[in-house]
Write a protein of this length. Sequence first.
Length: 458
Amino acid sequence: MSVQTGWPIARKLTLFLAAIVALLAFISWGMVTSFAREAAGRTQDNILAASATSIAETLRSEAGAIRLELPYSAFSMLGAISEDRVFYRVTAAGEVLTGYDDLVVEGGAEAPGQVSFATLPYRGTSVRAAQVTRVILADGEAVPVTVTVAQTRAGVQGIAAGLSRQAAILSVGIFILAVGLSAYAVRASLRPLNTMAQHVATRGPSDLRPLRRQGPPELMPLVRALNRLMDRLGAAQRRSEDFIAEAAHRVRTPLAIVRTQAEIALRSTTDEDQKRTLRRVIRAVDDSSRSAGQLLDHAMVSFRADDLARERVDLPALASAVADALRPTAEMKDIDIALDASAAAVEGDAILIQNALRNVLDNAIKYSPAETIVHVAVSNGGGEAIVAVSDEGPGFGDGPAGHLTERFRRGERAEGVVGSGLGLTIAEEAVRAHGGRLDLGPAKGGSGACVSLILPAA
């Protein structure tokens, strides 16, 4: 089988991880730069607002005139950020009381006491201005007084640029380190693949489908070894399937003949010793026939689970068909099968689900006493489809019942009942192949057993 090769997986992974790290580093640098600019700008705005507010709070009215004493702290706090130039202007009713006459902010404050901000060009540079208006009573008239404080932005921009440079250096360092570590990790992870291929070639995996996808050169030895192993195991599996089917057919037919002859002999003899012997023969034949059938079912479940079919399965219809097929067996013990089904469907292999339900229902009939009812309930809820089979038999006994799904494991109350210990194993493997689970517990009311097949709903 020829398999095409592609790019080396180490190079692809390294480049992929490098691209991711580069993207994350760029995003990180952009976020830090944006946060730095925003933080520096907010700091300047807060100081400008505090300065303008402190100046406005010193305004007062004396003898009908507006008086102002510029506090030193109003300007000294602006030096906390940088050595940028500071400008100010105080106007009363449009008349400049003090400051720079040409410092004009368009729009002005929105309301008395509310600080507004603006960025504007002033004397050949960009400044950030804060403006607040306060109403002062002078000679019984309300006089609006506006205080404007502005500061150049070179210091704030320098702080933001410095933080951006540091973030860029850090991002580049992280990128180089991450790419180096990624390249080392990729190569270290791929190194043992050839050794793994040799070991995998000697083991039997559960999935026997050959690998046909294009792969990198590093994986080609493993792909070729796995494909050769799949071919060998596939051939062995097909031989096993043929042998099991043939053996089951050749075992069941003679057993059926032996059972028929034993029943005829049992009805025709009057000797009690012979009757006891013939009953033991019939019991042994039934046990052998059941075991052969369940071994075939178990093998079939194991094989089909590796290549699971996917189709929509109507659970009420399937449960009804299984119940109808087993109803003659139940009627021989005067057992009634009650079906209570609501709409429910799953995506999966109808044959596997049917086998699982048939084995569970057959167990319920087998362990139920005469003249009782076996209940089969199909429900749907919470994203799960549930088929619950409950009987009025002896139940699972004391302690946890999970171990009963092991092969050939029978419960402590199964003595005297013909069985092989594979029914629950078959059901559990079939349900698990569909991503579901098998729940074992007591039936409602505490009498009998309840086995629930829980599957993901379609």
